[in-house]
Design a protein. Structure first.
Ligand code: AMP
Length: 560
């Protein structure tokens, strides 16, 4: 029955599930490595390689190797073309997921069928939908997409909530800042652990900022020095194989400089060769603006949490591979007076996702038990059931599935509250300004789940048609300029009969569950006509495209 937790990372991915003792275990495939590079090599029209093998071949065959695909999630236009076939970001990600599924089946003998997949907190609606599509492509029932920092906090917090009698009783609480700097994304999140409740208070982040940007800066510095040493040789960055090799060498050097003060990098290209010595101080100087941006975003996140009444954080967890750079902890200490600790930086997210998957599964079984016995009516949430009934249901589920009772109780009791990472609204006429402007219904850092409605008026009498344009906030702040908002969906209420005045009520409702996926309805109240969604933007793939990709995915085989 185990629901698997998957950390579908920009550079590395991992899969985990909870073991018989309720602890999350990371499942490694044949290689024995707990993480798999999120890299796909399209070796031939019908064969692909995922993971370390693909990463190694990146240098020899760069045209056919796809990396950092997570940065493309939600971009419906983007395709990776190899051997005459075009692959969308969800399709490439599905190949990584399929590889993880195979690894998990190898490790446990159990083929994963259902999963929770993690995404950066800063992912918007489209990126979350693209991630769900990737899971579906890989044959998984995606129960939820979960924000990575929440997963990391769960991995930390479940242990704390279990292990600390004071926290469990709600006698005290702990506020945690999760600083997550991975290969391609950065998230800062303030989370509160209290009374068996994990609440996200604030999120900030940039999903175009991560370790890969550090690698790029180092690669540029290496190329400059190589060219200075070898004025007649070609710049390695001008050649795609040379550039790939240089970026890999830069990444290796960067990682070595987390432990050593200096390292030597050999750059060989176009018949020339240089040994370049790089020091940690040089690395830190050339990447200082990148680190500064993470500090600024962390400060903004703390400010937002402060506005919500959190004066100080008790603990700072560093997750994501790039948080191993000593400069990260130093900057947080120096600039923000924090005391950060590395917390299982590579695997906390997969472990947390597995815990969340287990929670969802056990909770679902307890709810099903109560509903079949008539102790909980359809549509009524579990919180509203009588506690004696919930207790009995937990016992029956524990017995039936041979799960320790404490584990079932924990699953039901621990609550995860989270917030939305971006604002959402509709375009409406601002009569004072005489133009269409975003009207925000959902605001960044609003607590999920959300159900909110607002009424608008028609702009003239006998209006036969209303267009509803749903937009997502792009920058850090809500803007009244339509060009600052991203159009998600355009819907229409049409065929409205004549006879309705100007200003007739149109009620728009936004609903968003814990997965951060938005559902919009609109209703012409007097005419009683609901919205019919006629078009989605280029954001999502068309049905035909999905069918084509499914077919294409069915025709490629993984080479070990
Ligand atoms: P993640 O997405 O969490 O797997 O993080 C991957 C990123 O962490 C990549 O950019 C790696 O280069 C980086 N990384 C891993 N180990 C280290 C290290 N020891 N020092 C610096 N960066 C590292």
């Amino acid at each position: 029955m185990a629901v698997h937790g998957i950390d579908l990372g920009t550079t590395n991915s991992a899969i985990a599930r909870t073991g018989p003792d309720g602890r999350p275990q990371v499942l490694a495939g044949l290689s024995g490595e707990p993480t798999t590079p999120s890299v796909v090599l399209f070796a031939s029209p019908g064969e692909h390689v995922v993971g370390e093998g693909a990463r190694r071949e990146a240098r020899l065959d760069p045209e056919h190797v796809c990396t950092l695909v997570k940065r493309r999630m939600g971009d419906a236009e983007w395709r990776f073309v190899a051997h005459g076939k075009a692959w969308s970001a969800p399709a490439v990600s599905a190949l990584v997921l399929r590889s993880l599924v195979a690894d998990a089946a190898f490790a446990s003998g159990d083929e994963p069928t259902a999963a929770v997949i993690t995404v950066p907190a800063y992912f918007g609606d489209e990126e979350r939908r693209a991630t769900m599509l990737a899971g579906t492509y890989a044959g998984l029932d995606v129960l939820d997409v979960l924000s990575e920092p929440i997963a990391a906090a769960l991995a930390y917090g479940f242990g704390r909530l279990d292990g600390s009698p004071e926290l469990a009783k709600g006698a005290t609480h702990e506020t945690v800042l999760v600083y997550d700097l991975g290969g391609g994304t950065f998230d800062a999140t303030v989370i509160e652990l209290a009374d068996r409740r994990i609440s996200v208070l604030a999120v900030e982040g940039d999903h175009q900022l991560g370790g890969a940007d550090w690698d790029e800066r180092v690669a540029v510095a290496l190329s400059r020095r190589f060219c200075a040493d070898n004025p007649d040789a070609e710049d390695p960055l001008d050649d795609s194989a040379g550039a790939q090799a240089l970026v890999l060498a830069a990444e290796r050097a960067k990682q070595q400089l987390s432990d050593a003060e200096r390292t030597d990098v050999v750059v060989a290209h176009d018949g020339a060769r240089s040994t370049i010595t790089l020091s940690r101080a040089e690395l830190e100087e050339m990447t200082a603006p990148l680190l500064r941006r993470t500090v600024d975003l962390t400060r903004a996140c703390l400010d937002e949490a402060a506005r919500r009444g959190v004066g100080c954080v008790d603990r700072v967890l560093l997750v994501g591979g790039s948080s191993r750079m000593p400069a990260v902890a130093e900057a947080l200490r120096r600039e923000l007076d924090l005391d950060p600790r590395l917390h299982d930086p590579d695997l906390a997210v997969a472990r947390g996702a597995a815990l969340y998957g287990e929670k969802k599964e056990l909770e679902r079984m307890v709810v099903a038990d109560l509903r079949t016995r008539g102790r909980l009516r359809d549509g009524v949430p579990l919180e509203d059931a009588a506690s004696a009934d919930v207790d009995d249901a937990c016992r029956r589920v524990a017995d039936a599935f041979r799960v320790p009772l404490a584990q079932v109780r924990r699953a039901v009791e621990v609550q995860v509250d989270t917030v939305v990472s971006r604002g959402f609204g509709v375009l409406a006429v601002n009569s004072a300004a005489g133009r269409l402007e975003p009207s925000w219904l959902v605001h960044r850092n609003d607590r999920l789940p959300i159900r909110t409605s607002r009424s608008y008026g028609t702009v003239r009498a006998d209006q036969t048609e209303i267009e509803v344009t749903v937009v997502e906030q792009q920058g850090q702040a809500e803007s009244s300029r339509p060009e600052d908002a991203k159009v998600l969906i355009v819907g229409q209420i049409s065929g409205i009969p004549a006879g309705h005045d100007e200003g007739s009520e149109v009620r728009v409702t936004f609903e968003m569950g814990f997965d951060g996926v938005l559902h919009v309805t609109a209703f012409h109240v007097d005419a009683g006509i609901p919205l019919t969604l006629i078009a989605t933007t280029g954001a999502t793939l068309s049905q035909a495209e999905v069918a084509r990709e499914r077919d294409q995915l069915g025709k490629t085989r993984r080479r070990e």
